[in-house]
Write a protein that binds this ligand. Structure first.
Ligand SMILES: [Zn+2]
Length: 327
């Protein structure tokens, strides 16, 4: 992997051999002894607060954000009022659970508060980043996937939340994530293309991106999206790396590509793309410093690809919002 991808760092051991039989509620009530099959290794149970919109609980105070852990008694109370709990797996000697809360469940003054993973993911430690990505992905999936696509009966979680089973026909489903390409297009003068989507506010701009269509390869999707959105032909399509983007369920596949010919002029489609232009490194830094261009968020793969091309950290825009602000 060539880029530093904030949400592709660290790991969670999903404990696949034992998760089929895991009961997350029992783990909260009884602690590590409820995890049969891995009991020798697991010495603690930690419960991460998360929402279905990609918010994660972080500890208040301290140096740098760390994922919060709700005391088991408090987690049991919240489960009692209907909050779902999911089994994420293990990091170190701790079994890790996600408690899917509402925005209002944040304590007014307590040990933790909400932060948006999409804004703060780059500040988390490696395993925290992986845990938060898994928690956000599973929480969003269960929130949107409540009924069977075959018979429309309600589904219920299985394997600690890593699958669902239909209460009508028994069909089993697994968490969905949709492949999407994102491509940093570079022209004959080594300038990078950034585009402003009509759905975005202010001066925010990013690399060209789009979902891989049914039956399409990601490499073909790169050429198609660039052609559709800015009317350019590309060559030398090079894969840079990938990371989950669980807002709610994308798997981002990052590429770099070169334009065909020395002088390429982007022509925005006017539907999805409002404006697009090529930036030299100097132009980019100047526009960001002058507040005329808001670059992609530091946790995104777009930022990683842009920094890879730029050759280091981008300048900080004036008045840049706090990545740990309440979402
Ligand atoms: Zn069904």
């Amino acid at each position: 992997m060539r880029c530093d991808l904030p949400l592709a760092r660290g790991g969670v051991d999903p404990l696949v051999p034992v998760r089929e039989s895991v009961d997350p509620v029992r783990l909260v009530r009884e602690g590590p002894s409820a995890l049969t099959g891995a009991a020798g290794r697991i010495g603690a149970v930690r419960v991460l607060p998360v929402t279905a919109r990609g918010w994660v609980g972080v500890e208040r105070g301290g140096e740098g954000p760390r994922l919060a852990s709700i005391p088991l008694a408090e987690a049991e109370r919240l489960i009692g009022v209907g909050r779902p709990v999911l089994f994420l797996g293990a990091t170190g000697d701790a079994a890790r659970l996600a408690l899917v809360l509402d925005a209002d469940d944040e304590p007014r003054s307590g040990p933790w508060r909400w932060a948006a993973l999409r804004w703060c993911g780059h500040l988390l430690g490696d395993d925290d980043a992986a845990l938060a990505a898994a928690a956000a992905a599973l929480a969003a999936w269960h929130d949107s996937f409540r009924y069977c696509p075959r018979c429309a009966a309600p589904v219920e979680p299985r394997a600690g939340g890593w699958s669902t089973a239909c209460t009508g026909c028994g069909a089993v489903e697994f968490p969905r994530h949709d492949p999407a390409i994102i491509v940093l297009v570079v022209d004959g003068r080594d300038r990078a293309l950034l585009a402003h989507n009509t759905a975005w506010s202010g001066s925010f701009a990013s690399a060209i991106a789009g979902f891989v269509e049914a039956g399409e390869s990601p490499d073909r999707a790169v050429a198609r999206e660039v052609r559709e959105e800015v009317g350019l032909e590309v060559r030398d399509v090079e894969y840079l790396g990938s990371q989950p983007w669980p807002f709610p369920r994308s798997q981002m596949l990052g590429y770099r590509a070169r334009t065909v010919g020395a002088e390429a002029v982007p022509v925005p489609d006017g539907q999805e793309i409002e404006w697009a232009r090529f930036y030299s490194r100097e132009d980019l830094a100047e526009e960001i410093r002058g507040g005329r261009l808001e670059p992609p968020g530091r946790a995104s793969i777009a930022s990683a690809m842009l920094r890879d091309w730029y050759g280091g950290e981008l300048p900080e825009p004036p008045g840049a919002p706090d990545p740990l602000r309440r979402p």
